[in-house]
Design a binder for this molecule. Sequence first.
Ligand code: PMP
Length: 402
Amino acid sequence: STRFAEVQMAPPIEVFAVSKAFTDSTHEKKVNLSVGAYRTDDSKPWVLPVVRKVEKMLAEDDSLNHEYFPILGLEAFSTAASKILLGDSHPAFGEGRVTSVQTLSGTGGLRVAADFLHGVLKYTSVYYSSPTWGNHRLIFQLAGFTNLCTYRYWDAEKRGLNIEGMLEDLSKAPENSVVILHACAHNPTGVDPTQDQWKRIADLIESRKLFPLFDSAYQGFASGDLDHDAWAVRYFADRGFEMMGTQSFSKNFGLYNERIGNLVLMLKDPSCIPAVRSQLTLLVRGCYSNPPCHGARIVTKVLTDPALFEEWKECIRTMSGRIKEMRKGLRERLEKLGTPGTWDHITAQIGMFSFTGMTAAQAKHLADKYHIFLLSSGRINMCGITTGNIDYVAEAIHDAVS
Ligand code: PMP
């Protein structure tokens, strides 16, 4: 007999299943619009030139070794990362109210945050948008949160933000609920609140005594401008909220598999920081002991060297610029074909994804007939579109929707 006979098959993770369907397809015009990674106009992954350059420098640097990193990671990395999120000169740094730790990318940052919020602060309730990135719920569930709730976000009819629904749902959240907010380029909808809407969200979070957690996975990648994409986080920081932010360098540095991210905590009282860090140290120690070094060294070098920093910003503009071009091109083609519905949301949305409004049946039609693979929610990764396949994709969408 085996102990494992009763193990139930877990549900597949859609984004990986869809990508596998793409890989398995032998159709010559197949297109992958599912997974969230940047592709060049030749459909290739892109190692940022500034990353290559720094990797060569690191390879030549005989002073580096493979000793363990500290449990909370490289401090120079965490500090530099926090500064691009909050802005170099944010007064909270001078006031000693910010602390941060290197994490296993955005996902790892969210998990350490969730472990701390549940295990140390004893919070049990979390609110995330409907829809949201497929991992938010799982991370908080595994960390022990028991009240896993959604707030309305996407208005399918308007193809935009349902701000009244969002505020109404959050107004019913119990005190100390964690509210996950996407710092910019909301995944999967590509729709962010306006500055006025962010102010209303902040007012509500303050009056209902909720806890904001910003998930920042696309800074710079969204608009091409680091400061613009950090507006909401900085607005909350300026209002003096106690909050957390998780940063991912997967997309904006193209360092997906290096697992490099940062968890930033903003407190009201600097004297609490040593105890907070000691608890974070225990959580990390019992989970993975200490983080990897390669990504941290690359990002630190780039963020702290003015010339490399400029080169990186140029890379970000290249990526976000290509995405904007593809948005424009897809919308133009659909409008020219007279595809039923309105398509201005394709260019209004920002970041890597577009929530097209297509149904699961239409997504299936695209996969079956055209070997164009997207999520059943109708979310497409704009980076999957290139000048070489944009006509094919537009005509296929036209056929699926008509
Ligand atoms: N948050 C959001 C909203 C994301 O889209 C992603 C990446 N898909 C992440 C966090 C985390 O990604 P990573 O763990 O690679 O940083």
